[in-house]
Design a protein around this ligand. Structure first.
Ligand code: 5GP
Length: 179
């Protein structure tokens, strides 16, 4: 996939190290509690698959699929639920697992939505963080790797639906999305 990749930004080894650390922290923090982990589709599926196997306590797993209204390359913050969670989260701790926080608008909306369903708590775990582009204030308890303002693909992240299966986080060549 050299034709679309500018360079590797985060190697698989760095991702594995980060995931291991986050998994240990989550296991410690929620020991003895009822935890529901909600993966945000589609981008969060690879990170969640890795993270779930580094969590050593029993957890309920579910998925939610959301899409931003309007231009797909820009987040409007108004999210449409394409697939909702099946689990009742009332009285349980919820951890949302997302691929990347960019503007923060999607997660902000999602947290507010899930809070209306009576959970004990709602926290966020994100594999990647692009803080320079933040538009909405979001509290991210479990933050992965901070990245610069570049459009990245791989490790679950797509460009036009493709490249989610690249094992590393890579910078997409500018000429691909600027043409
Ligand atoms: P936010 O509402 O935080 O701006 O939107 C986050 C979503 O935008 C992510 O879940 C992801 O789907 C998408 N996104 C943000 N930055 C990137 C990026 O660099 N690469 C890709 N492939 N998607 C991104």
């Amino acid at each position: 996939m050299d034709d679309v990749v500018e360079r590797v930004l985060i190697t698989k080894a760095e991702l594995d190290r980060q995931v291991e650390e986050l998994g240990s922290r989550i296991s410690r923090d929620y020991e003895g509690e009822e935890l529901v982990i909600i993966g945000v589709l589609k981008g969060g599926f690879i990170f969640l698959a890795d993270l779930a196997r580094k969590i050593s306590i029993p957890v309920d797993l579910d998925f939610i699929s959301v899409s931003s209204y309007g231009d797909s390359s820009k987040s409007s913050g108004v999210v449409k639920i394409i697939k909702d969670v099946d689990i009742n989260i009332s009285g349980k701790h919820v951890l949302i697992v997302e691929d990347i926080i960019d503007t923060g608008l999607t997660l902000n909306h999602l947290v507010e939505l899930l809070k209306t369903r009576g959970p004990l708590s709602v926290e966020i775990c994100a594999a990647l963080d692009k803080p320079s582009r933040r538009k909405a204030e979001v509290q991210v308890k479990y933050k992965g790797i901070e990245i610069p303002d570049e459009f990245v693909i791989g490790y679950g992240l797509d460009y036009a639906g493709k490249y989610r299966n690249i094992p590393e986080v890579c910078i997409l060549k500018k000429e691909i999305y600027q043409k």
